[in-house]
Design a protein around this ligand. Structure first.
Ligand code: ADP
Length: 684
């Protein structure tokens, strides 16, 4: 039966599509043709197993060969009869091709090919002519040769073929000659066909003989037909999982642990997911999961198929139920994909919980590598948060690990403040914040280490989720105020004395571009440090978040704001105040007396004006107020000038400020060198 004809109904449209629009991804032709060969082989095996094929299966290896002009893919599968060629190859029945092409112009080839079931026709992306020589497995079948040169016409004629099965011969066109290369083909086979379930031979194994490589008789099989994920977990040992990981990612660190996925219902899913050791950079580790469809490699970008945080895992997912050749946005709304995604999330949480429950020691040992992954999951996936909050750990400065529940129990009694808020203390740097940690420990408080990339976000989340809970960094205030137990001790200083102390220190604070200093007074007890430098928790957190989130640049621009707390109970601070009074009171007293008078006047004016409506206040009254304010400001300036002069000549003030800066790691360069010089002088 010879037959010539036109391919399909709207076939004119196919070749332009293939040639023009499918160009980007054209290497997938090999994947398509080899998978067809594998399918044909698997079908024959199935027929044999149900007794419909009674002949010898024999060697079922799929072979790939090439020469200067052609690539040939041969199988010993079911083959095709003339009718089947007609039905499966010639009648490419689809409608609206043109419309589709317009719509998907920019889509990738895989999407279009998949949409039309054009696997076989992808061969025309690289070929000027394609031949099919095929003989059906059915008894007495006539071998057929089909040939098409890239126009919508084909020829089909009877031919001789000894063996059942199919040879697809591609006459590679001029633009694609680079595919006629051993390395190139071998690379593509490794990428797409490495785990196909039927042996794939590409040429022969080579051996070194007489100074060069020569072919042996043995087939060069490029694939592993039984990769670990298709085997039963009970057949596999720990080494097998580790070895498979090394096969997938040569030269990688050993994984922490893994999950073997195996679902039959309501969707099919197999695979092995590995937890890698994640140290720091989230992005570096992404896109390591490989997606397969019945052991055919499809892609290694699985966003949209698994929740974002799971893309940090490594390994293989294999499912024929993930619609592969559709857009990502479509994928996300696909019911199967949703089910698969939540199944995987659940399995991951289960596995972590299982290790946590059965082997807490191992879990703690690995926590530092797992932390980023788990936090990422908790921050981006509500369901995962609910699961993971049972086993997520926090670590204190002594390296002890607690679950959130355990930690709460630990600190509940001692670290609840007078308003009933539970205060979690943390440090981001054990060394830099040493003295603050020490101060907390002296009170019997516990301090957590929160120095991870996502900790600032995790803290925000905990504060939202845990009731009446506040996280504060140990250096964000004096310890008594971080966890305020009762109202703070009263400072027994007059207003003038307070103002004097504040001005003395404020005037000597360094002028830094990116930092702003305030001076406050507190009665911290005579045995606590005379000065402490603290940094507002809120502002610091905003800045840290702004570094990671667009749209918060405003906070990033703000200077760091620090608070120098003077301990009015400390002898040194009192000494400085006494020194100031001895040195300045003579000069200050008359000004202060004057000031008192003006302040009283200011208060009177204010009271009088407060009683009136804005439009009832006369010009004269307004002027009076302005003058009074100005007078007060002038006097203030005079006072400050006297105080600044005193402060400038007082080494103790500078020394205390520098000590506070030093204990925050903020004393550097010239300031540090001045400090050292001054210290030496003072010791003398
Ligand atoms: P798909 O594989 O998605 O069905 P293809 O265009 O790749 O689409 O193939 C169309 C049909 O041609 C296949 O379903 C199969 O019936 C037949 N076919 C393709 N290649 C072979 C082969 N090597 N052996 C037997 N049949 C084949």
């Amino acid at each position: 039966m010879n037959k010539n004809g036109n391919i399909g109904v709207t076939s004119e449209n196919i070749f332009p599509i293939i040639k023009k629009f499918l160009y980007s991804d054209h290497e997938i032709f090999l994947r398509e043709l080899v998978s067809n060969a594998v399918d044909a082989t698997q079908k024959l095996k199935t027929l044999a197993s149900v007794g419909e094929f009674k002949g010898e299966l024999g060697d079922l290896t799929v072979r790939i060969k090439f020469d200067e002009n052609t690539i040939t893919i041969s199988d010993r599968g079911i083959g095709m009869t003339a009718e089947e060629i007609d039905k499966y190859i010639n009648q490419i029945a689809f409608s609206g091709a043109e419309e589709f092409v317009k719509k998907y112009k920019n889509n990738d080839a895989a999407a279009i090919i998949g949409h039309f079931g054009l696997g076989f026709y992808s061969s025309f992306m690289v070929s000027k002519k394609v031949e099919i020589i095929t003989k059906s497995y059915q008894e007495g079948a006539q071998a057929m040769k089909w040939s098409c040169d890239g126009t919508p016409t084909y020829t089909m004629e009877e031919c001789e073929k000894e063996d059942r099965g199919t040879d697809i011969i591609l006459y590679i066109d001029d633009e694609n000659k680079d595919f006629l290369n051993e390395q190139k083909i071998s690379g593509l086979l490794t990428k797409y066909c490495r785990f196909l379930p039927v042996p794939i031979a590409f040429g022969k194994k080579k051996e070194w003989k007489d100074g060069k490589y020569v072919d042996t008789d043995e087939d060069n099989i490029i694939n592993d037909t039984h990769p670990a994920w298709v085997r039963k977990p009970s057949e596999l040992k720990e080494e097998d999982y580790k070895k498979f990981y090394q096969d997938l990612y040569p030269m990688s660190d050993e994984p922490l642990f893994w999950i073997h996925l195996n679902v039959d219902y309501p969707f099919h899913l197999t695979g092995i997911l590995y937890f890698p050791r994640i140290k720091n950079n989230i992005d570096l580790q992404r896109n390591k999961i490989q997606l397969y469809c019945n052991q055919v490699f499809v892609t290694d970008s699985v966003e949209g198929i698994v929740p974002e945080f799971l893309t940090l895992l490594h390994g293989v997912i294999d499912s024929p139920d993930i619609p592969l050749n559709v857009s990502r946005s479509y994928l996300q709304s696909d019911q199967n994909v949703k089910k698969i995604s939540s199944h995987i999330t659940k399995k991951v949480a289960d596995r972590l919980e299982e290790i946590f429950k059965n082997d807490r020691k191992q879990f703690e040992e690995k926590w530092d590598y797992l932390k980023l992954f788990i936090q990422y999951g908790m921050l981006t996936d509500e369901k995962f948060y609910d699961r993971a909050s049972k086993f997520a750990l926090v670590k204190d400065v002594d390296g002890k690990y607690y679950t959130l529940e355990e930690y709460k129990t630990l600190i509940k009694d001692n670290q609840t403040d007078k308003d009933g808020t539970l205060v979690y203390l943390y440090t981001t740097n054990k060394d830099e914040q040493y003295s603050y940690i020490q101060a907390a420990k002296d009170k019997g408080y516990s301090v957590l280490i929160m120095n991870g990339q996502l900790d600032v976000h995790a803290i925000g989340q905990f504060e939202q989720k845990l009731e009446k809970t506040r996280f504060v960094r140990v250096d964000s205030d004096t310890i008594d105020r971080l966890i305020a137990k009762e109202d703070a001790n009263q400072i027994s200083l007059s207003e003038e004395q307070r103002e004097a102390l504040q001005e003395i220190f404020k005037s000597q604070m360094p002028k830094l571009e990116k930092a702003e200093f305030m001076v406050t007074l507190e009665a911290l007890g005579e045995h606590t440090n005379p000065v402490v430098l603290t940094q507002s928790e809120y502002m610091r957190r905003m800045r840290e978040m702004s570094a990671m989130q667009p749209g918060m640049a405003f906070y990033g621009e703000m200077p760091d704001s620090y608070n120098l707390v003077l301990n009015t109970d400390h002898a040194l601070v009192q000494d400085i105040l006494a020194g100031e009074e001895a040195a300045c009171s003579e000069k200050l007293q008359p000004i202060q007396a004057d000031m008192k008078g003006w302040k009283a006047r200011q208060a009177d004016l204010r009271e009088a004006q407060n009683k009136k409506k804005a439009d009832e206040i006369t010009e004269a009254e307004k002027e009076d107020m302005t003058n009074t304010n100005k007078k007060i400001a002038d006097l203030r300036e005079e006072i400050n000038h006297i105080l600044d002069e005193y402060a400038g000549g007082n080494k103790k003030v500078s020394q205390l400020i520098d000590l506070a800066l030093l204990s925050n790691g903020m004393l550097k360069g010239e300031a540090l060198s001045n400090f050292i010089k001054r210290s030496v002088e003072m010791i003398h």
